[in-house]
Design a protein around this ligand. Structure first.
Ligand code: GLU
Ligand code: ZN
Length: 467
């Protein structure tokens, strides 16, 4: 039985890295007919943001990554929100104390700050100095009644701790370099290390997938599994995604938030397709494939840990390819829905008519309006100054009015004639007319656009420039 989990900290707006992890968790669970769990790791009270959890689920829904168990869905291992499991963590923290694998620490914040500063000055790692490690039992019993305390991990001295990540060679930690981490805080909340081990164990997680940034602290996880005599899940640390310039994929580039992809008009299935390629490749080298295909082929053990590059240009290209291959009616609805969210309401019949003209040209849904606004209203400005061309536009408007049957062919034939008579170079003539109709030097095909706009509207736009 395969059980995977996305362990999500509700500390901000949903991050694309969270979706990346969740997608691999989801796909692997589905492939193996297992379950995909979403757990909310809200143990850092200072960093928890009120509506972040709701936004996380909205993001998972947008990508259609429906979980089998979660706070909102429930499940046999509820609760799935860590802040509701404090008693459970406390129980195991005390069990560790009883086994001699953890101990009470009474150090004040002031003492710890001072100790760390001193270590830093001496050029040492500011680890806990084990001040409370060997207090007598009686003293501890007295002090826990009166003072505030935390529980710390007791790290064995002079040994090696081994992390067997399924994607890497064994990683060997020297225990003397491992901090005696706080497991349970004075407010009764666990830290990540205790909570993640307890929950992954109790929730039956078989494959723990998380980012490579956690690797360096993983000795603590290994110790906890061993101290509690629990079977470890298989560990998979996914590579850190990089920008094309090899810098860390970070907020500064703007595209770490899921909302950014929504606002830009990327299709969720394209973003997932693209994320699939971050550390994984299709056995036949394909770049575009369906979610079903990925789920069938994907295996956690095939993840390549060399830092994958997130190239926005490539994602745009891929988005454009999907739009191209979609049915016209689907593209129409996607565009209409996309703009509805921004409170731009389109005439759907008109949108439908424009699709054949733009389907191969737009990459993101947000490209639609800049390219097509002229279908919905006359240009407000012109990319070329048309003020000296009154005579030309008088002639064009006369000729356009002569066209009886307003079809692409008739429009085209007439314009070729008008261009010839104008004594302008063909390219110049059409450039001026294009700008008159659309406002822009680059637009969808002109004759087709004019057909859609209709005779009356086109004549009106041209006449506008004769006065
Ligand atoms: N709650 C951690 C985070 O959001 C997850 C780490 C893990 O997957 O275990 O970064
Ligand atoms: Zn202490």
């Amino acid at each position: 039985m395969v059980r995977t989990r996305a362990a999500i900290s509700p500390t901000g707006y949903p991050h694309i890295g969270t979706i990346y992890q969740a997608w691999f968790d989801y796909a692997f669970a589905k492939k193996n007919k297992g379950q995909f769990i979403v757990r909310i790791e809200d143990t850092d009270k200072d960093r928890t943001v009120a509506d972040a959890e709701e936004k996380v689920f909205a993001a998972l829904d947008w990508f259609n990554l429906m979980e089998d168990e979660s706070p909102r869905k429930g499940g046999s291992y509820a609760p799935y929100r860590q802040s509701e499991r404090l008693e459970i963590y406390k129980k195991y923290a005390l069990e560790l104390v009883n086994k001699g694998k953890a101990y009470y620490c009474f150090c004040s914040k002031e003492r710890l700050d001072e100790m760390r500063q001193k270590k830093q000055k001496e050029g040492k790692v500011p680890m806990y100095d084990k001040h409370c490690r060997n207090l007598a039992k009686e003293e501890v019993q007295e002090r826990i009644k009166k003072e505030s305390w935390v529980i710390r991990l007791r790290v064995p001295e002079n040994t090696q701790i081994i992390m067997k990540d399924e994607l890497r060679k064994e990683i060997v930690f020297q225990s003397n370099d491992v901090d005696e981490q706080v497991l349970l805080k004075s407010d009764g909340y666990p830290t990540y290390f205790l909570a993640v081990v307890v929950d992954d164990h109790l929730m039956g997680v078989t494959h723990m997938v998380r980012g490579e940034e956690w690797l360096t602290s993983s000795a603590k996880i290994i110790l906890l599994y061993d101290f509690l005599d629990w079977k470890k899940p298989l560990f998979f640390h996914t590579p850190i995604i990089r920008n094309p310039d090899k810098s860390k994929f970070s907020k500064r580039q703007g595209h770490t938030n899921v909302s950014w992809y929504q606002e830009q008009g990327f299709l969720p299935e394209v973003v997932l397709n693209y994320l699939s390629l971050m550390g994984w490749s299709h056995p036949k080298g394909k770049e575009i494939f369906s979610r079903e295909e990925f789920i069938q082929l994907f295996d956690l053990k095939d993840i390549n840990v060399a830092a994958p590059i997130f190239d926005l240009k490539k994602l745009e290209w891929m988005n454009g390819m999907y739009i191209r291959k979609s049915q016209k009616s689907k593209v129409k609805s996607q565009i209409v829905d996309f703009y509805k969210k921004q409170k731009v309401i389109f005439d759907e019949v008109l949108v439908e008519k424009t699709i054949p003209l733009i389907q191969e040209r737009i990459k993101k849904l947000s490209d639609y309006l800049p390219m097509c606004e002229f279908f919905f209203k006359p240009p407000e400005k012109y990319e070329i100054d048309l003020s000296g061309k009154k005579e030309l536009f008088k002639q064009i408007s006369k000729d356009l009015e002569k066209i009886k049957d307003w079809t692409v062919d008739n429009i085209g034939n007439q314009l070729v004639q008008t261009a010839k008579n104008s004594e302008l170079k063909n390219s110049e003539f059409f450039m001026l007319l294009r700008v008159a109709i659309t406002g822009k030097k680059i637009s969808p095909p002109l004759n087709e656009s004019m057909e859609i706009l209709g005779k009356e509207e086109c004549v009106k736009r041209v006449k506008e420039l004769t006065g």
